[in-house]
Design a protein. Structure first.
Length: 452
């Protein structure tokens, strides 16, 4: 069953039950009023009967005629009886004792009583008179009241049916209108294919659950798009990047085997093969790193990472690899609260990203000193890595984060253009940003910023 129909049924069922309870309460109240009104009429009939039979000798002729006229206005199926102290019928013949002695004694005990006998309502009063003490019982059937109550029940039942149908129709219309954005999102979702993962669904005003659903779906699409892009990049470029050095190695070996060479020539061939092998090693390492990033990118394990601890770990690593004082860490500012240094990230991926930047800094400066500045306050964490290398031309700054892009001035350096592409993907995954400022011939500054 569709959600819109389910919502309509739930709303209609709840509303119908509430309305039914209200109608039952109305019926009970009206029934009580009708019964109370009829008991009042029966009490009046008992009082009129008492005046006619017991007070006739004490009132004027006009009053007696008036009482007699009122008495003649009988109620439907009316029965009136007088019983003396011995529970014997008086004034009105009662051969079969219409009411048993137990009822008569109860009226005598409580002085007045109202009770029902099936469809019949009865009122009993205890009356003191100079002729004696009498129990007067008046009973009748309220046909008019019962008819009014039945008519009310029928009208309310018909109203309940009409209101239920109206509620279901209205609630289904409202449910359909409310869920229209979901239908729109579903329609947009169906258009997403492997070949157009760049599509995004409309997030609306961003203030309700549907907008949150669309936002999270867009986040999923973004992760999938990046994952597919990484995989596509890996598959397309792996063969090319691996084939080039392997082809070069095979070619040099074949040439050297064509004829006898001198020791110097063999040494030159071996050095060339070594260079190609190192290039192949770096390419394989980069491709494996890309595959590792791809795997973790789609299922990142986010945990708090202390950025200052990570920087000092990188300092130890590069000091051991390049030499003492070659990687210089400057702590510009730290917050008082250590928790402000925590970044929700994957430690492995963040290490790869920063190592790519530092590795490029040493490579393109030919192992000159590299500086790392750490600035952190209540709102920002900024890591700046500066080198004194060859720099990047201004017209290439926007291209450095493209996959397998290499600048015009790096032809003499080993590399494949994967590092900064991977770094940018990782920093973006952790809601950070990366920017580059460079002067050719003087050096490059790369700034990584995380906003708290």
């Amino acid at each position: 069953m569709k959600i819109k129909n389910r919502l309509s049924l739930y709303f209609t069922a709840i509303s119908t039950v509430v309305l039914l309870i209200v109608e039952i309460a109305i019926c009970i109240t009206i029934n009580s009023i009708i019964k109370s009104d009829f008991y009042s009429k029966l009490s009046d009939r008992a009082s009129v009967a008492a005046q006619l039979y017991l007070e006739a000798d004490e009132i004027s002729a006009d009053s007696l005629n008036h009482v007699r006229g009122r008495y003649l206005q009988r109620l439907p199926d009316e029965v009136v009886r007088f019983y003396d102290d011995k529970n014997a019928a008086s004034f009105i013949t009662d051969k079969n004792q219409y009411w048993p002695s137990s009822v008569i004694n109860q009226v005598r005990k409580f002085r007045s009583m109202e009770f029902s006998e099936g469809a019949r309502q009865t009122v009993g009063i205890y009356y003191n008179d100079n002729q004696g003490n009498f129990v007067i019982l008046a009973s009748a059937i309220d046909h008019a009241g019962n008819k009014r109550l039945n008519d009310l029940v029928k009208a309310l039942s018909f109203l309940l049916l009409i209101v239920t149908i109206a509620l279901f129709t209205a609630s289904r219309w409202f449910a359909q209108k409310t869920l229209e954005p979901i239908d729109k999102v579903i329609s947009q979702m169906r258009q997403v294919r492997v070949g157009n993962l760049s599509l995004r669904v409309d997030e609306g005003n961003g203030k309700d659950e549907i907008s949150a659903l669309a936002y999270n779906f867009n986040q999923l699409l973004e992760h999938l798009e990046n994952a597919f892009e990484l995989q596509e990049t890996f598959v397309i470029n792996a063969s090319h990047e691996l084939r080039t050095p392997i082809t070069s190695i095979i070619g040099e070996i074949e040439i050297s085997l064509n004829k006898q060479r001198t020791t110097t020539e063999y040494e030159q061939v071996l050095l060339s093969i070594l260079t190609d092998a190192e290039r192949l090693k770096e390419t394989i390492t980069s491709l494996l790193e890309l595959a590792h990033v791809d795997m973790n990118y789609t299922h990142p394990a986010f945990k708090p990472v202390a950025i200052d601890d990570l920087i000092w770990e990188l300092n130890d690593y590069w000091t051991a690899r390049i030499g003492k004082s070659m990687f210089v860490v400057n702590v510009l500012k730290l917050p008082e609260d250590p928790d402000k240094l925590l970044i929700p990230a994957n430690r492995q991926l963040l290490t790869i990203a920063l190592n790519n930047i530092i590795g490029n800094a040493f490579k393109f400066s030919e192992n000159k000193k590299v500086r790392c500045d750490l600035y952190a306050d209540e709102n920002y964490i900024i890591v700046t890595i500066a080198d004194m290398g060859i720099g990047i031309p201004a017209d290439e700054l926007e291209k450095v984060f493209e996959s397998f892009y290499r600048g015009a001035n790096v032809k003499g350096y080993l590399g494949n253009g994967i590092g900064l592409y991977v770094t940018n993907k990782i920093i973006t995954l952790f809601n950070g940003s990366i920017s580059v400022n460079s002067i050719p011939g003087q050096g490059t500054n790369i700034k990584v910023t995380f906003v708290r």
